[in-house]
Write a protein that binds this ligand. Structure first.
Ligand SMILES: Nc1ncnc2c1ncn2[C@@H]1O[C@H](COP(=O)(O)OP(=O)(O)OP(=O)(O)O)[C@@H](O)[C@H]1O
Ligand SMILES: [Mg+2]
Length: 351
């Protein structure tokens, strides 16, 4: 089945680190905007020159308008995910009072938790997505996702956070006002390490954060349900960006299985960085050093091996695909950071 670019509104771009998620998300944004849709790309940590192409020059605003040379009216917008800032917004939303909000935001440990809690970036991405969905003027919303060892982190993040809020050990901290005397030996040792790491007021700070987070459980749980409903909705398409190699193949198959179990439909697999067919293309712009015939042969042999490996794994992806749509993108000779190249790639995606 072909991806439903016209019908669907939300496109989640997931996959392991470095496969090209941010590039694909930006390219898709450019091409959907060129089709006339008001589009927003929620991007995560784009490379510097790509960020510049998307209008992130001075970070003056949350939402950047990106003018495309072919277009009079601006249709493309980009927003960069700032997890820390976004968590502050979430806390502000769920806090029962200004006092509770300020106490949490000023707590040093809260900052550390946001940075180190597994899944907080993914959670922030999902939160931001929910926010964009509520702005009905956006016809297409593209969500680039943070690099994750396991692409499923994205889907598990809201649940993980809700679980964290419910975690009994932490609730125990929250409820016990004088926990110190009650610690068993092992715990005390662990706490000593934590004290060393975070300073002597660690317990106090932890007890305070936990106390302050009280009452927010319901908020996080409800949001979790909302995100899950959104992920399963017909208007959402999930794309896995990957690469034709053994490790990426088995990882992708696992990912596809788990999505099925979770009843989250996958709209397509994007196989990126495929060696172009034909003879090796040399960069005109690069001044080639004097190289020997042997050296050229080594490069050619390496490339022939790479191409044959890729072809093998592409055929494996094909066999496993069934009716699942697959889109192949060639490896370009240079990094991708200009709107023109993005629109060329975008055309391939939506054609
Ligand atoms: N088809 C391609 N041909 C050549 N270079 C590519 C291609 N796709 C992506 N790149 C380059 O690969 C690098 C990594 O791409 P990108 O940042 O999109 O990956 P990512 O999956 O978002 O990485 P991360 O997981 O770190 O967020 C970038 O420099 C990008 O320009
Ligand atoms: Mg990225």
């Amino acid at each position: 089945m072909k991806p439903q670019w016209k019908e669907q509104r939300i496109f989640l771009i997931g996959g392991p680190g470095g496969v090209g998620k941010t590039t694909v998300a930006a390219a898709l944004g450019v091409s959907l905007a060129l089709e006339g849709y008001k589009t927003v790309v929620l991007t995560v940590d784009p490379a510097k020159r790509l960020a510049q192409a998307l209008g992130f020059k001075n970070f003056t605003s949350d939402l950047q308008a990106v003018s495309l040379p072919q277009q009079k009216e601006t249709k493309l917008f980009a927003s960069m995910l700032d997890t820390q800032r976004y968590f502050d917004k979430i806390i502000t939303r769920f806090a029962a009072s200004e006092r509770q909000r300020d106490k949490i935001l000023n707590n040093r440990l809260y900052r550390i938790m946001v940075e180190s809690l597994g899944g907080s970036h993914e959670y922030a991405a999902m939160e931001r997505l929910l926010e964009f969905t509520k702005d009905t003027s956006f016809e297409k919303i593209i969500v680039d996702t943070p690099p994750s060892q396991n692409a499923l982190d994205l889907l598990n993040a809201p649940q993980k956070l809700a679980d964290f809020m419910d975690n009994s050990v932490l609730s125990w901290f929250q409820n016990s006002k004088t926990p110190f005397s009650l610690f068993r030996q092992g715990t005390r040792m662990a706490m000593k390490v934590l004290e060393k790491l975070f300073g002597s007021d660690f317990f106090k700070a932890l007890a305070e954060v936990m106390d302050d987070l009280e009452g927010m459980h319901k908020g996080f749980r409800d949001r979790n349900l909302e995100v899950l409903a959104l992920l399963k909705s017909d208007t959402t398409g999930f794309f896995l960006v990957t690469y034709p190699s053994e490790i990426r193949f088995s990882e992708s198959q696992h990912f596809i299985r788990v999505l099925k179990e979770k009843r989250i439909p996958l709209s397509g697999v994007i196989l990126n960085r495929i060696e172009p067919a034909g003879p090796l293309r040399l960069l005109d712009s690069v001044a080639l050093p004097k190289i020997t015939r042997e050296e050229i042969e080594v490069v050619l042999r390496y490339r022939a091996e790479l191409v044959s490996q890729q072809q093998y794994w592409l055929s494996k992806f094909n066999e496993a695909a069934g009716t699942l749509s697959q889109i192949r993108l060639e490896k370009r000779t240079e990094d991708i950071h200009d709107l023109e190249t993005l629109s060329q790639i975008g055309k391939i995606l939506v054609s």
